[in-house]
Write a protein that binds this ligand. Structure first.
Ligand code: NAG
Ligand code: NAG
Ligand code: NAG
Ligand code: NAG
Ligand code: NAG
Ligand code: NAG
Ligand code: NAG
Ligand code: NAG
Length: 388
């Protein structure tokens, strides 16, 4: 009983111990408070620096911006009508990176291998004029969460793009599969492509997500991505790989930006091992900022930016393409610093300790028993032994 209480206290202190203080606001400084446009600003104060995050949907393309700056700095948003026109930082700028989903690609997977490649016929569906509405939000000192639903401008393309961003300012595993790790320095993002109409002239449609990633590193450098094997599949049954994209600064010194995900997507809202599918990452290529993106406003006065693009696509050979379920979802985390590494949980450690401890105890007690017996035998009066 006491052990259990201790355990719970220990777990709680692990989970809620320290980290960052967050303050989040919807459309801060906007002169039209009733606008249905959405920009969430989060200030996360640490002991050495402040992380400013901007989650922007005002220009159609879902965008996450990270700006790391000195302690006690503030970021103000200047609005032109209902669109941000300038971001003003009071404080010292240390580093910045961002990711935007500027479009989806619908591709005709004629070879039926799942991932997108240059050979597939494909068409881009831009988010520039997508209409977003807020379906839920939580903006408190303990959590910043925003759930958005988007619809495309083309009326024949029905369906919904679901995006949920969640910042929980402590380290823990996410509730949903694939149980990625979020920290005070990273945000968890879930994306769902729900009931999207596919093109008539493609009979093997799948959807790929197009990312543009940016960092305030030199143009000559490259983002890197690595695949790491994890021994621990306690949290994600059967999926042992973890992909990490790092900005050049993060690669060099672990104080840049990263994106982390598992190569797995889901074809049903109820995520499970049986509804999982593969997620593929394409190669990176250099590109420029998407037209009319909020990034153009935010990075107006930066001289050197590294901008790269890549695709995430989904599917397995012979799975019946997107139309089989009309649903694909996927999750990633994006954050600052060293990407979190999964550790064996306390539960597993206890199980292992018991597993190793019991035989060791048995062995020890066996040895003790034998030793005690020998001692006793030695000390037994000789007349008994004489009887033998
Ligand atoms: C930041 O603000 C706190 C109080 O708000 C103050 O105590 C601290 O000295 C400030 N730090 C810096 C570096 O300005
Ligand atoms: C937001 O408001 C504009 C104009 O006020 C309107 O045209 C648009 O349909 C609204 N969007 C949503 C998602 O409600
Ligand atoms: C978050 O970033 C700060 C540096 O800004 C670092 O000291 C801290 O360890 C990081 N926390 C986690 C959980 O990665
Ligand atoms: C998608 O379509 C299915 C079947 O038509 C329906 O049950 C489901 O509610 C739809 N989902 C959304 C989010 O519209
Ligand atoms: C799709 O159409 C192409 C020709 O347009 C055909 O060769 C292919 O077999 C079709 N695939 C399926 C799965 O029907
Ligand atoms: C970045 O990638 C390009 C193309 O793959 C390559 O030519 C270049 O040398 C790389 N730069 C660095 C600094 O590694
Ligand atoms: C990525 O690049 C490597 C070598 O540069 C190439 O072998 C591979 O086919 C490329 N992958 C894709 C999906 O284009
Ligand atoms: C998916 O949508 C298409 C029409 O876009 C429909 O023909 C098909 O039956 C749907 N599949 C499921 C599993 O609902």
């Amino acid at each position: 009983m006491h052990l259990r209480t201790l355990l719970i206290v220990f777990l709680l202190s692990l989970a809620y111990g320290e980290d960052r203080q967050i303050i989040s606001k919807l459309n801060p400084g906007c002169p039209f408070p009733k606008t249905n446009k959405t920009l969430v600003y989060i200030q996360a104060r640490g002991s050495h620096d402040t992380i400013h995050q901007v989650w922007d949907f005002t220009r159609g393309m879902p965008t996450i911006i990270y700006l790391i700056s000195s302690l006690n700095s503030t970021l103000d948003v200047i609005w032109d009508d209902t669109e941000p026109s300038k971001f003003v930082l009071k404080g010292q700028r240390l580093y910045s990176f961002a990711a935007t989903i500027d479009k989806l690609h619908e591709y005709d997977d004629i070879d039926n291998n799942g991932h997108i490649d240059n050979k597939c016929p494909q068409r881009a569906i831009s988010f520039r004029n997508a209409v977003w509405s807020r379906s839920a939000s939580v903006l408190t000192g303990q959590e910043a969460m925003l759930h958005m639903q988007g619809h495309f401008e083309e009326h024949w393309r029905k369906g919904t793009v679901d995006i949920k961003l969640d910042l929980l300012p402590y380290t823990d595993y996410a509730v949903d599969l694939p149980h990625l790790i979020h920290t005070a320095n990273s945000t968890l993002v879930d994306i769902g492509l729900v009931n999207l109409t596919t093109s008539r002239d493609y009979n093997a449609s799948r959807y790929a997500i197009h990312f543009v990633m940016l960092s305030t590193d030199s143009k000559q450098e490259n983002m890197t991505y690595t695949m790491r094997k994890s021994l621990d599949d306690e949290h994600t049954p059967g999926v042992f790989e973890i992909f990490e994209i790092k900005t050049p600064k993060s690669y060099r010194s672990d104080d840049g930006g990263f994106m982390q995900f598992r190569p797995v997507g889901y074809t049903e809202p109820e995520r499970s091992v049986s509804s999982s599918t593969n997620a593929y990452i394409s190669n990176f290529t250099k590109t420029s900022l998407p037209k009319s993106s909020i990034l153009k406003v935010f990075y107006e006065d930066y001289n050197s930016l590294l901008v790269q693009e890549m695709f995430i696509s989904f599917g397995l050979p012979g799975d019946g393409y997107y139309r089989q379920h009309n649903y694909t979802s996927w999750s990633f985390t994006i954050g600052y610093g060293a990407p979190p590494v999964e550790s064996f949980s306390l539960f597993v450690i206890i199980i292992i300790s018991i597993g190793l401890g019991v035989p060791v105890l048995l062995a020890l007690s066996g040895i003790t028993y034998v030793l005690v017996r020998r001692c006793k035998q030695r000390n037994t009066p000789t007349r008994f032994t004489d009887d033998d």
